[in-house]
Design a protein around this ligand. Structure first.
Ligand code: NAD
Length: 272
């Protein structure tokens, strides 16, 4: 069968969140999942896939109420409930509010998806400001470690932590120097935390997407017509093509996998 048209990203066309023919088989039935950056792009696709697999969802998002409400609608159309948590993940007070709400509503947590991230437009090293470096590290890695630490007491035995890293963690990026450095740190965080939490039977893994058609890249890349064209599959991917990797890592199917990274990148980089 030839590649479906919906898989080929086009400028101005909203990314595909879930394939029409994605069959959920209740792999996450009754589970409770917290997803940072769950209102748009990859995080939104993960929220909707998890919901189709039966999990209740809480999403952390920074500011876009319209996207958050749309995600809630999409999740609840699948059956499960969706809690919206609006705020800045780098603020301790906000993280505490999130945890209090989850403790009250759910008592515990089965799955934490650390996915929120920022990326600033292409820059030569000499043009990167201190503010940009601090912001990129603060959101992408420092807040990820802090949120994870805060959630540990809520995570049940057998729980899952899944972090979004990036192909840039492996091959570097000449124009996203600060961003790719944070993703390298996330990759090391995943491996270290996996060992740290093994005794408590909490599995920690990551997904390293290559070029994926989301609002993040629309804001960052000047020339969207060439975005993703230099990988072997010669195209960018859709959020709907990344989310199933998260489902696998959240489900019983991955019960003997920890400290690993799944690469979803059209062959852009194979290894790790
Ligand atoms: P996106 O812009 O759609 O999503 C980013 C999310 O992060 C948003 O939902 C936003 O609400 C959240 N966020 C940002 N700052 C926040 C803050 N301070 N507090 C709370 N939430 C905050 O982009 P995306 O492409 O879906 O990105 C999701 C993840 O995937 C990021 O970690 C990104 O680095 C990673 N990634 C993306 C690509 C790609 O090509 N799109 C490739 C590799 C990795």
């Amino acid at each position: 069968k030839s590649e479906s048209k919906s898989k080929v990203p086009k400028e101005g066309v909203f990314p595909e969140i879930i394939r029409e023919n994605y069959i959920g088989s209740q792999k996450l039935s009754g589970k409770k999942a917290l997803i940072s950056g769950g209102d748009s792009g990859i995080g939104q696709a993960v929220a909707v896939h998890f919901a189709r697999e039966g999990a209740d969802i809480a999403i952390i998002y920074k500011e876009n109420d319209k996207d958050a409400k749309e995600t809630k609608k999409l999740v609840e159309k699948e059956g499960p409930k969706c809690i919206l948590l609006k705020g800045d993940i780098s603020m301790k007070t906000f993280r505490t509010e999130c945890l209090n709400k989850i403790r009250k509503e759910w008592k515990g947590l089965d799955i934490l998806v650390n996915n929120a991230g920022v990326q600033f437009p292409k820059n030569k090293i000499e043009n990167i400001s201190d503010k940009q470096i601090q912001q990129t590290f603060n959101i992408n890695i420092i807040s990820m470690i802090a949120l994870t630490r805060d959630c540990i007491s809520l995570l049940k035995k057998g729980g899952r932590i899944i972090c979004t890293t990036s192909v840039t963690a492996y091959r570097g990026s000449d124009h996203l120097i600060d961003y790719s450095s944070t993703k390298g740190a996330i990759t090391t965080f995943i491996r270290s935390l996996a060992v740290n939490l093994a005794e408590r039977k909490i599995l920690v893994n990551g997904v390293a997407p290559g070029p994926i058609w989301t609002p993040l890249v629309k804001e960052t890349f000047e020339n969207l017509s060439t975005f993703g064209k230099d990988n072997p599959l010669k195209r960018a991917g859709q959020p709907s093509e990344v989310a199933p990797a998260y489902v696998f890592l959240a489900s019983e199917d991955s019960s003997f996998i920890t400290g690993e990274i799944i690469h979803v990148n059209g062959g852009d980089f194979v290894g790790g």
